[in-house]
Design a protein around this ligand. Structure first.
Ligand SMILES: Cc1cc2nc3c(=O)[nH]c(=O)nc-3n(C[C@H](O)[C@H](O)[C@H](O)COP(=O)(O)OP(=O)(O)OC[C@H]3O[C@@H](n4cnc5c(N)ncnc54)[C@H](O)[C@@H]3O)c2cc1C
Length: 487
């Protein structure tokens, strides 16, 4: 009889963004730890690994086109950085300039100390002139607002307006949320993004709960040579030929012994397939074998955005740039937020430069499309929008534009129920797993966690399957079609 440990099990990971790379890296670790022979193939559509992570280091200036930094409050990204030996390159955001500003009609107001989505310190908030006097009184009346009963989901806009009042929503919470989710807070699910706020509400109000708990310090971090050093390190730590670039997956079909994954170059037979691609791509790939999951995945909406990195001579910027940047109150423009990159991460440019990263929604509230314009036009608009806010006295010396078409998954009200439907469909698809930002968190640490979880589930699936019926796997091993085949 064949020794089942001689021929490897095959796992195909689709997508080499941070989720797919973290997944493949963990599978490799698990294989080494358990002694299970696993052959991994990571199939990536584009010529490069990293997905939305794009670092540009040209001209002595470091810019990020996609994610800019990660939160250390969720430990997965920092832990992975350390595991990969990149700890020496870890750079926390400049703590001396951690202020965030609110841009209301081109005037910048400092966000009071201790205020984020919810003010955790009342005294600085009371003395801030960001909200009207009645708006501030409404916020401190929060403990007397009766809690909403039941477990039904609601939008973040509804929750915040109910508890803190509409002015707090409009001038503070909504700008912050748009900067994170690139979607209006009226659409975003409370239970899929900040479920602990509902729990706090039930325990006597948010302020009361915050006064009893010790909220962790929000620290952003990045890497000296940019976030792509994390994705590159993951890619380099995969076994030899595991990563296959320029390999868009065209279809997945169910075979009686596993799954057939088709790319334009090669076909792969796999025991398990992990779809580490956004839900809209996953939906297309699942259509052949499960119209139900394909339909549930297609219901997750996506929004678009545009990121522009602008380099100015420091002398030409009147504003102190003391802070991480600003978020904008909705006022008819598409400008959502700006990061003062040269203040938040001073190593990214020389001190005589001001590096500013601007984040736009795809359209202005009046419907004017930004994303369809060319890069020069977009950079011009970015400069025109920034000029009155920061007192710019000269045009940028350089700019880099990144268009993000349907790149931001929106966790709409009811996202949790949709996820339950998706999970239930997965139960009928043995060996298929999902990972990525479309499901349980959009930040880099969330994506890493989702990739690692999918890796663990996939390896566990292979182990269980082998324990239940070793002959199934042995017969797969005997089949020549298990190896990648040329079309
Ligand atoms: C502008 C912007 C700013 C952001 N800022 C931050 C930030 O500062 N901090 C933070 O934590 N997060 C941030 N995020 C979110 C974070 O970057 C993403 O959630 C994360 O990078 C998604 O990783 P992923 O691997 O799940 O998906 P992706 O990075 O989208 O990777 C998916 C990969 O799958 C490939 N693919 C798709 N279809 C196929 C197919 N059929 N066959 C083969 N390959 C396929 C794609 O080419 C891609 O490489 C930001 C996102 C954007 C867009």
């Amino acid at each position: 009889m064949d020794n089942p440990n001689k021929s490897p099990r095959k796992i195909v990971v689709i997508g080499a963004g941070i989720s797919g790379l973290s997944c493949a890296y963990r599978i490799n670790q698990l294989a080494e730890k358990t002694g299970l022979k696993i052959e991994i193939s990571v199939l990536e559509a584009s010529p490069r690994a990293g997905g939305k992570i794009i670092t540009d280091r040209s001209g002595g200036i470091l810019t990020e086109g996609g994610p800019d930094s990660f939160l250390t409050l969720k430990p997965e990204a920092e832990n992975l950085v350390k595991e990969l030996g990149l700890e020496k390159d870890l750079i926390p955001a400049n703590q001396k300039l951690s202020r965030v500003w609110i841009n209301d009609k081109n005037k910048l107001y400092p966000l009071p100390k201790g205020t984020g989505l919810i003010p955790s310190k009342i005294i600085p908030f009371l003395f801030s002139n960001l909200l009207s006097f009645s708006g501030r009184l409404r916020v401190i009346a929060e403990p007397w607002v009766s809690p909403k009963l039941g477990d039904e989901d609601e939008s973040l806009a509804s929750f915040i307006s109910r508890r803190m009042g509409p002015e707090f929503l409009q001038k503070i919470a909504d700008p912050i949320l748009s900067g994170i989710y690139a979607a209006p807070s009226e659409q975003i699910s409370l239970l899929s993004t900040f479920p602990h706020l509902r729990e706090m509400e039930k325990r006597g109000g948010i302020f009361q709960s915050l006064s009893k708990s010790k909220p962790g310090k929000i620290v952003f971090a990045t890497l000296k040579d940019g976030l792509s050093s994390l994705s590159n390190a993951l890619a380099q730590n995969l076994p030899g030929k595991a990563l296959k670039r320029d390999s868009p997956v065209l279809a997945i079909q169910r075979e009686h012994r596993g799954w057939a994954v088709k790319t334009s170059r090669e076909n792969f037979l796999a025991d398990s397939v992990i779809l580490a691609v956004p839900a809209n791509s996953a939906s297309l790939l699942c259509a052949d074998f499960s119209p139900e999951i394909s339909s549930a995945l297609s219901e997750i909406p996506f929004t678009s955005s545009v990121v522009v990195n602008l380099v100015y001579s420091r002398k030409s910027v009147k504003h102190s740039l003391k802070g991480y940047g600003f978020v904008s109150v909705q006022n008819g423009s598409s400008l959502m937020a700006a990061t003062f990159s040269s203040s938040k991460f001073p190593h990214r440019s020389n001190s005589d430069k001001a590096l500013i990263r601007v984040f736009f929604r795809e359209k202005s509230p009046s419907g004017e499309e930004l994303i369809s314009k060319n890069e020069d036009e977009i950079a011009k608009i970015a400069h025109q929008e920034l000029a009155p806010v920061l007192g710019l006295r000269a045009i940028p010396e350089e700019f880099r534009v990144y268009k993000w078409m349907k790149a931001h998954p929106v966790y709409c009200v009811g996202h949790g129920l949709r996820m339950k439907r998706i999970e239930s469909c997965l139960k009928d698809l043995p060996g298929i797993f999902l990972a990525g930002s479309s499901y349980y968190g959009i930040g880099l640490p969330d994506c890493i966690r989702s990739g690692q979880k999918a890796a663990e589930e996939s390896v566990q699936f292979l182990k269980n399957r082998h324990n239940k019926n070793p002959y199934v796997l042995q017969s797969m091993e005997a089949s020549p079609s298990c190896s990648p085949t040329r079309n």
